[in-house]
Design a protein around this ligand. Structure first.
Ligand SMILES: C[S@@+](CC[C@H](N)C(=O)[O-])C[C@H]1O[C@@H](n2cnc3c(N)ncnc32)[C@H](O)[C@@H]1O
Length: 465
């Protein structure tokens, strides 16, 4: 059994008995402590860049350690910042991921790519120097680059959210980064650049709360030097990258919709993922566009990507799926109060039906998908997302081995404001997340369930032997 590398402040739990049957181990993990409040979640490359609603790295780490072996394929169809993939790489597993968000994909790629640190530092320092020189010696040329870079709508956005001096500094930095030839180093510096914009306090932009995807423009925010911020971030990120020095990652990353995955049937040993919440509670693009516009994405393109997010609000020309009774009931209950909201929820459950079907297809039989979700409130009604996704999973053919509960750390999350003194039941649920253990039955189990097998003499020995 391989030992995973241990990082500072981390206490590894005792291993389960690997001789214990797979489903029992899965059930045991789901019933155990999944809070991880005391754990440090910033080790290795996990804190390279802010990203809202990440799960703690200890969560995928636990399931990867107990349910897979070296060389197994660990997959996350909605990689986000890449937490599952980083843990898969650290554990010596093959890591496969997909997402539709361009920033998530860049970030994830960088977080699993070891680089020669001296080379990164050399290029990083050269970028800073060159950018500073450009702004000092040729400000008019940098200004001309700004004019060329953005269309009218995108430029208006940039001018609204960044001070004129910061625009020049960022333009010079991004130009210097784009001239770097080694692709992996360039990608690392781009993510470092993005990290000085998308931060909790809004970094070098005039926004506050970007990391929570709720930007507010702060009128009196003092301008911050982008050069200084880049240097500081570079130092931190290079230190983080050192954790990958001994890894030999095997990673496949796809820009793909989780509802139509580019993977072969039965090619994955474990899925650990967390889909967006229902009702678009976290609007990733609202924050990510602050950095993506600098990489040449016009706002119109980003608006189109945003529409494809699971949990979006547009229902025009949308193909709805038939839902199992519980999900149907919840949608109807909300529909009595607000038809439009009910359609948005129906869209979410339809998208998740297609996503879970794809997850079922790509999983090997007798393996599991771990799906971490929170529930939402619509017009005062609980969407019961965990229970509805469990019902949808069951209708597809998964066996719901268990639903674990994690209490969210109030200090680390942004919680909705409380009205009144007592926490309501719904409020209580908002402070929890659910960890669904969806098991894809093996061939024999499926045949028995489908009543194609009556007794042992019917066993398809050709499939077993
Ligand atoms: C909650 S985040 C995942 C966070 C991740 N577990 C982490 O620790 O960083 C959900 C992700 O789903 C992605 N997503 C939304 N709609 C998608 C779709 N249709 N296909 C693939 N990914 C999608 C978002 O871009 C976002 O990165």
């Amino acid at each position: 059994m391989t030992q995973l590398p241990l990082f500072q402040h981390q206490v590894e739990r005792p291993r389960l008995d690997p001789a214990q049957p797979y489903r029992e181990r899965l059930a045991h993990l789901l019933a155990g402590d999944l809070d991880f409040h005391e754990a440090d979640s910033t080790y290795a490359t996990h804190a390279l860049h802010a990203f809202p609603a990440k799960f703690p790295p200890q969560l995928p780490r636990l399931f990867i350690r107990e349910l897979t072996k070296p060389d197994d394929v660990v997959f996350d169809p909605m990689v986000g910042s890449g937490t599952t993939l980083v843990e898969a790489v650290l554990a010596g597993r093959r890591a496969v991921g997909s997402d539709i968000d361009p920033l998530a994909l860049r970030l994830c790629r960088v977080k699993v790519t070891p680089l020669p640190l001296d080379e990164v530092i050399r290029f990083g320092v050269a970028v800073c120097r060159q950018a500073e020189r450009m702004v000092q010696e040729q400000p008019a040329q940098v200004e001309a680059l700004v004019q060329q870079r953005f269309d009218d709508r995108t430029r208006a956005f940039v001018e609204y959210w960044f001070y004129p001096r910061t625009i020049l500094e960022l333009m010079a930095l991004v130009t210097a980064i784009e001239a770097i030839e080694p692709e992996d180093v360039r990608a690392f510096l781009e993510v470092t650049f993005s990290g000085i914009i998308v931060t909790k306090s809004g970094g070098v932009s005039r926004a506050r709360d970007l990391a929570h995807t709720r930007p507010h423009r702060v009128l009196d925010k003092p301008p911050r030097s982008a050069f200084e911020a880049f240097r500081q971030r570079l130092r931190k990120n290079v230190e983080a990258l050192a954790a990958l020095a001994h890894c030999a990652p095997r990673v496949e990353l796809y820009e793909a919709d989780a509802q139509a995955l580019p993977l072969e049937d039965e090619s994955v040993d474990l899925i650990v993922t967390s889909p967006p919440y229902a009702s678009n509670a976290i609007d990733y693009m609202r924050a990510h566009k602050f950095s993506l516009v600098w990489f040449g994405y016009p706002l119109d393109t980003l608006t189109a990507v945003r529409k494809a997010y699971i949990g979006g609000e547009s229902v025009a020309n949308f193909h709805f799926e038939e839902l199992p009774p519980l999900a149907d009931e919840v949608v109807k209950r909300i529909g009595k109060k607000d038809e439009k909201k009910a359609r948005v929820l129906h869209r979410y459950y339809s998208e998740m039906t297609r996503t879970l079907k794809e997850m079922y297809r790509v999983l090997k039989p007798a393996k599991a998908a771990i799906v971490v979700v929170g529930t939402s409130v619509m017009r005062g009604e609980d969407t019961l997302t965990h229970k509805c996704l469990a019902a949808i999973g069951e209708a597809i053919g998964f066996d719901v081995t268990g639903i674990g509960v994690r209490r969210l750390d109030r200090n680390r999350r942004m919680m909705p404001a409380r009205h009144g003194k007592k926490e309501t039941r719904i409020e209580h649920r908002m402070h929890e997340e659910y960890v669904l253990g969806l098991y894809k039955p093996g061939y024999i189990h499926t045949l028995v369930e489908n009543r194609r097998l009556r007794d042992i003499s019917d066993l398809p020995f050709d499939l077993i032997l």
